[in-house]
Design a protein around this ligand. Structure first.
Ligand SMILES: Cc1cc2nc3c(=O)[nH]c(=O)nc-3n(C[C@H](O)[C@H](O)[C@H](O)COP(=O)(O)OP(=O)(O)OC[C@H]3O[C@@H](n4cnc5c(N)ncnc54)[C@H](O)[C@@H]3O)c2cc1C
Ligand code: FES
Length: 254
């Protein structure tokens, strides 16, 4: 569904630390909320020369929330904002996930690392629309298994960590393989770092299933002009900001 893009100065209404290095920043953004499709993102002023891309994590009343891990100048700037501070937000941008036409088809979420940030809204809307949902979540360690309780409100969550500090030691592709061995007929939504996405796409190709994959490439502009976010797909170079971030796994070169 096409959406209208809004450029707003949004006021911070809350900044919540969730575990080590993770925050959810909430902004009063009613015009943005009216237009959001789950899985879309915004470009946000973050005290740096370039705006930074963030998935819409959740909406609450007239507030939009963004979950992030503090890794550099932009995310550090956001984590230190005070209630009432304003930032420029441009969005919603790109395309979101497409829910299956058949309501009986269950949705399998596959998340890696901070890719989880896009799924609470996706899962809540899916739940409200009556889909059965399951989430597979791979993270580096137990400290990075954020918002699992929230996702459990909508369905089963299985997690795995690179270092074995919570649950099984391994990668999310192992959980995906086990799940596809049980049931291939699920709508698969994926988001995470590019190496994880490529591994997930390889598993999907082996099973002959097509997933909807959300790419988190570097983005400098967010609306199709700078070419910083290009990936090879469908034999062409596609811009993940406008042709994605969600793309079909069968068109992406891995
Ligand atoms: C569509 C989209 C949605 C995103 N949604 C979220 C989100 O919801 N929550 C979240 O925490 N992050 C998200 N990201 C990534 C987020 O934009 C970066 O974390 C952010 O730009 C970091 O800014 P910074 O100034 O703090 O770090 P910088 O100083 O810019 O970077 C710090 C370090 O992180 C690396 N880095 C920065 N961005 C990326 C990236 N995209 N991929 C891999 N490495 C990177 C840099 O190379 C550098 O080593 C998203 C990215 C995209 C493209
Ligand atoms: S971020 Fe500039 S073209 Fe995609």
């Amino acid at each position: 569904m096409a959406t209208t893009k809004t450029l707003i100065k949004a006021k911070l209404t809350d900044n919540v630390g969730i575990g080590k290095d993770y925050y959810v920043s909430w902004f009063h953004a009613p015009d943005l909320i009216k237009e959001i499709n789950p899985g879309q993102f915004v470009m946000m002023e973050s005290g740096q020369y370039l705006l930074r891309p963030f998935s819409v994590y959740e909406t609450k009343g007239e507030n939009a929330g963004f979950l992030y891990r503090v890794i550099g100048g932009g995310t550090s700037f956001l984590s230190k904002l005070k209630i009432g501070n304003e930032v420029l937000i441009h969005g919603p941008l790109g395309n979101g996930f497409t829910y299956p036409a058949n309501k009986k088809k269950s949705i399998l979420i596959v998340a890696g690392g901070i890719g989880i940030a896009t799924f609470p809204l996706v899962a809540r809307v899916a739940h409200e629309r009556g889909y059965k949902i399951k989430t597979l979540f791979g993270a580096r360690s137990k400290n990075d298994l954020v918002c699992t309780e929230e996702l459990r409100k909508y369905g089963e969550v299985e997690s795995i960590t690179d270092d074995g500090s919570s649950g099984r030691k391994g990668f999310v592709t192992e959980l995906l393989t086990a799940e596809l061995n049980k049931n291939k007929d699920q709508e698969i939504f994926v988001c995470g770092p590019t190496p994880m996405l490529k591994s997930v796409i390889k598993v999907c190709n082996e099973f002959g299933v097509i997933a909807q994959v959300s790419f988190e490439e570097f983005m400098a502009c967010g609306y199709g002009v700078c070419m910083s976010c290009v990936i090879k797909a469908n034999g062409k170079h596609l811009r993940t900001c406008v042709d994605g971030p969600v793309m079909r796994s069968d068109i992406v070169a891995v």
